[in-house]
Design a protein around this ligand. Sequence first.
Ligand SMILES: [Zn+2]
Length: 156
Amino acid sequence: MTNPMMQSLYKKPALEPDWEEARRFHGHLGPWLALGMKIGQEAMTVLSARPHFGTRVHVRCRLAPPVSCLVDGLQWMTGATYGKRNLIAEEAETVHIRVEHVETGTAVVFRLVPGAPEAMGRWMGEIGDEPASYHVFDRPADELYTTEVVPGRSTE
Ligand SMILES: [Zn+2]
């Protein structure tokens, strides 16, 4: 039943960030990229979904850098991509990210807490892009965003 073309060649999600690889992929490191990586990592951990083909990602945010850099962080950590059409990005004023487990329909919804975008801009200005990236990634999640699990059809 499973189309072999839809099988990931990579068995395990890349849950530990490889900053060198992320830099090579995206071109630079920045706090919004790091935020996308952090949220993607948490989503994959919560959902235990297969990377690349086992997840669907729906991002709503400003579709302009630096905010939209978070889309690449999400692609990097979940393996869901624009090209495979299992990642969709839509223009919106405020950030809203939904990551879904394809088989169970269970989803995790992330929303930024008030002040988080301003804090990221401040860190970028005060300590620079790369240190701000590591700083964002190491923050406790609830300083940056809320996480809500929406149960799907089954919980297998
Ligand atoms: Zn960027």
